[in-house]
Design a protein around this ligand. Structure first.
Ligand code: ARG
Length: 582
């Protein structure tokens, strides 16, 4: 049990003794350590209901409260109960945490099955920095959910069946450079796409040809299908290389095309069940009429009042849409995979789309907890959407290359002794870690400014700072000329910095589950920064190898061990590795 859980349960017992019934007794970490470590306002809430004096109720409860010496208590203000953890308790719990593989983190997923839909780039278009947010956030949330005891299915719902294939097919047949394709397929596919796209803008005849190529593909034309297949395969290979570098993996890659055959039947079912109807030749889902207009995704406010805002699931020409595929995808995930939850890590502009999908699925009887985990944009240093100098979308591979290059330069300067292979490996870990942490330390809805200097700084709120903190701790153990087994050490905590470091390490098990309340890895990222800062204060104030007496030295070494374990484990859940030296 975490400290918070122990206090909560003792408090529930005490309230039960006083009130004669079991009531929920939430406890929270105090925002200000002057008021102790934890705090509860239950006495105030209950006194109000029972029309008694809150301080008097709190006093009665404290008198029967049995904390077994865990913490001291005091009543503050109008009736808060404050808990101050005893140093001995921190020492005992920190020792337990050291011996626990889970580092004190409870299982709270209980095997619930969650499908995480993330990354999902569009084939034959390169992955750009917008996709980086989904990829990094989705990967971290998957790792966290997995560790917390969910059964996680990672699904890469790639856009492998879009209108872009009209252009690709036409370009493939007319301007493809086979040798360039052999050498490096993704940039060649991109060149072809861009070229045809700009020609089509100038010449309507080109656009027409592209359209008929697309119709041919959708009708099952053999040649077009073969080109499409090759194109998808090549793109997947290119993507896989990036995922390998990012250390991101998927259980499935069920792209849009996987659902093609299901779409006609799905639309018929929607019509039969009265969930969709014809409108101007197209088949549309309209409001179910159960929600107030301002909460109904199928209603929209215009100048002259509330209007219908339907989702088209079959166009008048018979074509299906993004929404149709997403409905089929939900059905598959629930029926085949028995998903309890589905998380979509997709940018904020698709908010309305997902609200419509979720509402339509509810009416269709597809039951799961749906979450659209939205995020904002990445801005350049000019605070405009990040673009290359020529105005194109910045590509992910280029970002990663530059991050690693810059990290390599910084490392060469800081630690010239690091040799060739190791230096390269460390640069990769540091550069990619920096990009990931810049993403994960922001609230996902903020539009954040992409700044190389800031994300790579060793002093800032960055991955390199955390990795460096880890390396610093490990170097203490390298200087120790003997093996050290932290699991048998009895901790003694005296200095306030020692106490604080253990307090923060123990908070890990309390904090991690809260990350999933609103799907915010930035809570973990910021916690790790706080932990690292606490380590540095400790290390400045308390000599470790030169501590007075073996007992104190071992206790401090154990604390170092604990801090480094939590640090690297937490970074691991963000998808960030730690080098041994840097
Ligand atoms: N391919 C889409 C895009 O790049 C994202 C797909 C997200 N997942 C989904 N099930 N709709 O915008």
């Amino acid at each position: 049990m975490t400290l918070l859980q122990e206090i909560e349960s003792a408090l529930a017992d005490a309230f039960e003794k006083v009130l004669g019934e079991r009531v929920p007794t939430p406890v929270v970490p105090s925002a200000d350590l002057r008021f102790g470590d934890y705090q509860s306002n239950v006495a105030m809430a209950l006194a109000k209901k029972r029309k008694t004096n809150p301080r008097a109720l709190a006093q009665e409860v404290i008198e029967v409260l049995n904390l077994d010496g865990l913490a001291g208590t005091e009543i503050a203000g109008p009736g808060f109960i404050n808990f101050r953890i005893e140093p001995g308790t921190f020492a005992r719990k920190a020792g337990e945490q050291l011996r626990d593989d889970r580092l004190g983190v409870p299982d709270c997923g209980h095997g619930r099955r969650v499908v995480v839909d993330f990354s999902a780039p569009n084939v034959a278009k390169p992955m750009h920095v917008g996709h980086i947010r989904s990829t990094i956030l989705g990967d971290s949330l998957s790792r966290i959910a997995d560790f917390l005891g969910y059964e996680v299915i990672r699904d890469n719902h790639i856009g492998d069946w879009g209108t872009q294939f009209g252009m690709i097919l036409h370009g493939w047949k007319t301007i493809l450079d086979e040798s360039a394709l052999e050498a490096d397929p993704v940039p060649e596919l991109l060149r072809v796409y861009r070229e045809v796209n700009s020609r089509a803008k100038e010449d309507p005849a080109v656009l027409d040809t592209c359209r008929s190529e697309l119709v041919g593909l959708q009708a099952g034309d053999e040649e077009n299908l073969a080109i499409w297949r090759r194109c998808v395969d090549l793109s997947k290979e290119g993507l896989q290389r990036i995922y390998d570098r990012l250390d991101v993996s998927f259980d499935h890659w069920l792209g849009e095309s996987f659902y093609n055959e299901r779409l006609p039947g799905l639309v018929d079912e929607f019509i039969d069940k009265g969930l969709a109807r014809e409108d101007g030749g197209a088949i549309c889902v309209f409001s179910g009429g159960e929600l107030p207009d301002d909460q109904d995704p199928f209603r929209i406010h215009k100048e002259d009042g509330w209007k219908d805002n339907p989702a088209i699931i079959r166009k008048a020409d018979g074509g299906f849409l993004y929404a149709t595929t997403d409905l089929a995808t939900v059905e598959y995930r629930i029926d085949e995979w028995k998903a309890d939850e589905i998380w979509y890590v997709v940018g904020a502009p698709q908010q309305l789309h997902f609200r419509q999908i979720f509402d339509a699925c509810r009416r269709w009887g597809k039951k799961a907890d749906f979450h659209h985990i939205a995020f904002g944009s990445i801005l350049g240093e000019d605070r405009k959407l990040m673009k290359t100098r020529s105005g194109d979308n910045v590509q992910l591979v280029d970002v990663l290359d530059e991050a690693v290059e810059r990290a390599a330069a910084a490392i060469a300067e800081k630690n010239p002794d690091l040799g060739g292979d190791e230096a390269r490996e460390v640069a990769e870990i540091v550069g990619i870690g920096a990009v990931k942490f810049a993403e994960l330390s922001q609230h996902r809805m903020t539009d954040y400014v992409f700044s190389w200097d800031r994300m790579l700084s060793l002093q800032g709120d960055t991955a390199p700072y955390l990795q460096y903190s880890y390396v610093r701790i490990r170097s203490i153990f390298r200087k120790l000329d003997q093996d050290f087994d932290a699991s048998s050490v009895k901790l003694v905590l005296e200095a306030p910095e020692e106490i604080h470091l253990s307090r923060l390490a123990l908070r890990y098990g309390e904090l991690l589950p809260t990350v999933l309340d609103d799907h915010r890895p930035n809570l973990l990222a910021n916690y790790l920064l706080e932990l690292a800062r606490a380590f540095h204060s400790f290390f400045e104030a308390c000599p470790v190898l030169k501590a007075e007496g073996v007992e104190s030295r071992d206790s401090r070494l154990a604390l170092c061990e604990l801090a480094s374990r939590v640090l690297s484990h937490g970074l691991g859940l963000l998808g960030i590795r730690c080098p041994q030296r840097m």
